[in-house]
Write a protein that binds this ligand. Structure first.
Ligand code: FES
Length: 114
């Protein structure tokens, strides 16, 4: 079945909701989703680390890689892949900005556990 992107995006926040670092956390389908500005672009991804549930939105960014604040597992915010832990990844969500509104498409793919 072909996706209908214009029908799947839901408003989750406004640009003014972003903190000084360009970050916020929202709920999408019952999941915590981090929205983070990187290199001037916004990305949405699973906030809960698959290792021991650290809040990724509180981590440190290195380029496009977010490091978990608890044990520093790194995740690429563009793909969700972890470059050092085989099989570890996080969900990433399509995001768009319409005016001042941040919209995210609920996750519909599969993620393998580490
Ligand atoms: S909880 Fe994220 S690396 Fe351990």
């Amino acid at each position: 079945m072909e996706r209908q992107p214009s029908q799947e995006y839901i408003p989750v926040a406004r640009l003014s909701d972003l903190d000084a670092r360009g970050r916020t956390v929202v709920q999408v389908d019952g999941a915590r989703v981090a929205i983070v500005r990187v290199e001037g672009e916004l990305f949405a991804f699973q906030d809960t680390c698959p290792h021991r549930e650290g809040s990724l939105s509180e981590g440190d960014l290195e380029g496009y890689v977010m490091h978990c604040p608890l044990h520093a597992w790194p995740f690429d915010v563009r793909s969700g892949l972890c470059p050092v832990i085989r099989g570890a990844r996080i969900r990433v969500y399509p995001l768009r900005v319409v005016g001042e509104e941040i919209q995210v498409a609920p996750f519909s793919g599969r993620v393998s556990a580490p």
